[in-house]
Design a protein around this ligand. Structure first.
Ligand SMILES: Nc1ncnc2c1ncn2[C@@H]1O[C@H](COP(=O)(O)OP(=O)(O)OP(=O)(O)O)[C@@H](O)[C@H]1O
Ligand SMILES: [Mg+2]
Length: 208
């Protein structure tokens, strides 16, 4: 079975050791929560996994492939395989819901048509299907900035799905939502993960 393996990982920022010798194995289909107090290194670990930053030492492998040494095209591919959702959604407020979701394909395809925001019919149908699954189809043409927090996070989930990822990394995905929306968003994520049994999901939550 495919797995993400982190071995003796260390990340130092000059005097600060943010990640101190972490080893963990996450199998496909598993949902893993990382809990720790503010500054414990949760976001740093996520950024190391999708290679936004480089480790000081140690290794991260996925299906036996060392991802800390990937370069250029392979690195871009890896980043698109690790979809991320964030506390602040990171959507483009002035664009409509559908265009935000379709922008998930940018990570996989750098063609000029994509840069001009021209998407195929197949991609549009796929995006609308995700929105429908997340109960948002009636909002497709609405500006994202006008949606509620819970709705915006579900748009971010749909955008992540458009990347066709192997791993979903979620950095405090519900901490800016009220309890009802938090539950709805987590239920949606769980439902999508169960549908795609070959997914891994890593989330992090601050320790209160
Ligand atoms: N780019 C950076 N430069 C210097 N120090 C950094 C950098 N990024 C993170 N750190 C430090 O690394 C440590 C871990 O930070 P990180 O953001 O991973 O914590 P966290 O667990 O996500 O905290 P929070 O719950 O507050 O989000 C902190 O001490 C932080 O100040
Ligand atoms: Mg953090």
């Amino acid at each position: 079975m495919a797995s993400l393996e982190i071995n003796t990982l260390v990340k130092k920022f000059s005097e600060t050791t943010a990640i101190d010798d972490i080893s963990v194995r996450i199998l496909d289909g598993e949902m893993v929560g990382i809990i720790g107090k503010s500054g414990a290194g949760k976001s740093t670990l996520m950024r190391l996994i999708n290679r936004l930053i480089e480790p000081t030492s140690g290794s991260i492998t996925y299906n036996g492939i060392e991802i800390t040494s990937l370069k250029r095209k392979n690195l871009r591919k890896w980043r698109s395989k690790c979809a991320m959702i964030f506390q602040q959604f990171n959507l483009i407020d002035r664009l409509d819901v559908l265009t935000n979701v379709l922008s998930g394909t940018l990570g996989i395809n750098f063609k000029l048509l994509k840069l001009l925001k021209i998407y195929s019919k197949k991609e549009k149908i796929e995006a609308l299907t995700y929105l429908n699954n997340l109960d948002l189809s009636d909002k497709a043409l609405q500006r994202v900035g006008t949606l509620s927090g819970g709705q915006q996070q579900r748009v971010a989930i749909a955008r992540a799905m458009m990347q066709n990822p192997s791993i979903l990394l979620a950095d405090e995905p519900i901490s800016s939502l009220d309890p009802k929306n938090s539950k709805a968003v987590m239920d949606d994520i769980k439902r999508l993960i169960n549908k795609m049994a070959s997914w891994s999901y890593v989330t992090c939550t601050p320790l209160k």
